[in-house]
Design a protein around this ligand. Structure first.
Ligand SMILES: *Cc1c(COP(=O)(O)O)cnc(C)c1O
Length: 358
């Protein structure tokens, strides 16, 4: 049988492992930070009508510039952003890949603060970018001093700040983003995949874009918008950044069906985001109840909680799975990560972990 090793694969990809959170069918799946609430039915009907309309012209290539979607996303983000400062792709993973293609490439470097999103090193290696993982402060926080020290030490071409950070849930203070943007020579990406779950009124890095043409804020519809299956991510940046991305994107990369569905979802943003408050409430309930059980949850501004004090994460993970609850072992010793689900799902998790015991 032929294996990967028998093929003339690029040397720098040898030994790498693809992204692969287990996709198991369990009653309570809280392992990949999805929004577990379904799409409201009336929104779904409107999206279906838009997709039906788009279907009639699938003989033609879609709008390569997805103009209507960019207008809708600019309106949703606010901050005075115009559509020429918005870009979208099939998930923010593709957005980040395009950024790494345009501003990275062989011989260049990208720096992030670990533990952070596992896709950053994978996306980097795919385009020949060397990934540098720098340390955080205690409890996975990130101060301006710590971040700037790493930027000065490594002088990377791209810095990726994940805020709130996956898998720890911790936000990156705006002063840190500002300090990194000042210190860095290259592109600074703030991945705000979970921004909608921050406390109401928290400032976004979107507020720093004006006058900083090397700053990029990336967002996704996969989490708060409950649209993970549709694959829509986007960014806001200077129009020149978007010109750079046009050099590497595949032509017509966003299908007419994706564009139609995403426009429908963004136009119903208030309904699509109606569950965000509820999810924040379940997140805070998880943190409080886990602390009551003797675990140590980290500060979270996202829709998940990383908690320490797990003696044997693999054993606890398996015991929860046997009770029909799927969480994530992200490989940080003594921890597990759980997404906030519906009230019923969250109750199922909390009862299961109480029963499993420490
Ligand atoms: C989930 C997640 C994303 C979203 O990826 P999509 O490709 O948009 O589904 C991006 N960044 C981080 C840190 C995430 O956790």
């Amino acid at each position: 049988m032929t294996t990967l090793d028998d093929l003339p694969i690029r040397d720098d990809l040898r030994g790498k492992i693809p992204y692969g959170a287990p996709q198991l069918h369990v009653p309570v799946a809280l392992n990949v930070n999805e929004n577990t609430h379904p799409i409201p039915e009336d929104v779904a009907h409107d999206i279906i009508a838009r997709i039906a309309q788009a279907l009639l012209s699938l003989n033609r290539y879609p709008d390569r510039e997805f103009t209507a979607l960019r207008e809708a996303l600019a309106g949703y983000l606010g901050h005075g952003l115009s559509p020429d400062r918005i870009w979208a792709a099939n998930g923010s993973n593709e957005v980040l890949q395009q950024v790494l293609q345009a501003f990275g490439g062989f011989g260049r470097t990208a720096l992030g603060f670990t533990p952070t999103y596992s896709m950053y090193p994978l996306l980097s290696s795919g385009v020949g970018v060397e990934w540098i993982g720098a340390d955080r402060d205690a409890d996975f926080e990130l101060s301006p001093e710590t971040a700037v020290r790493a930027v000065e030490e490594h002088d990377p071409d791209i810095v990726i700040l994940c805020s709130p950070n996956n898998p720890t849930g911790t936000p990156v203070p705006l002063e840190t983003v500002r300090a990194v943007a000042d210190a860095a020579r290259g592109i600074v990406v703030v991945d705000e995949a979970y921004a909608e779950f921050a406390p109401p009124g928290s400032p976004s890095a979107l507020s720093l874009l004006e006058g900083r043409p090397r700053l990029i804020v990336s967002r996704t519809m996969s989490k708060a918008f409950a649209f993970a299956g549709a694959r829509v991510g986007y960014l806001a940046a200077d129009p020149a950044v978007i010109d750079a991305i046009r050099l590497v994107r595949l032509p017509y990369h966003l299908s007419a069906l994706t564009q139609a569905a995403a426009i429908g979802a963004v136009e119903h943003a208030p309904q699509m985001l109606a569950m965000v408050d509820d999810i924040r409430g379940q997140r805070d309930r998880i943190s409080a109840e886990l602390a009551g059980l003797g675990y140590r949850p980290y500060r979270s501004w996202s829709n998940f909680v990383l908690f320490a004090g797990v003696d044997d994460p693999q054993a606890t993970w398996a015991a929860l799975r046997d009770r029909g609850v799927l969480v994530r072992d992200v490989g940080i010793p003594g921890t597990l990560r759980v997404s906030a689900g519906t009230e019923t799902e969250t109750t199922a998790f909390l009862e299961a972990i109480a029963a499993v015991g420490r």
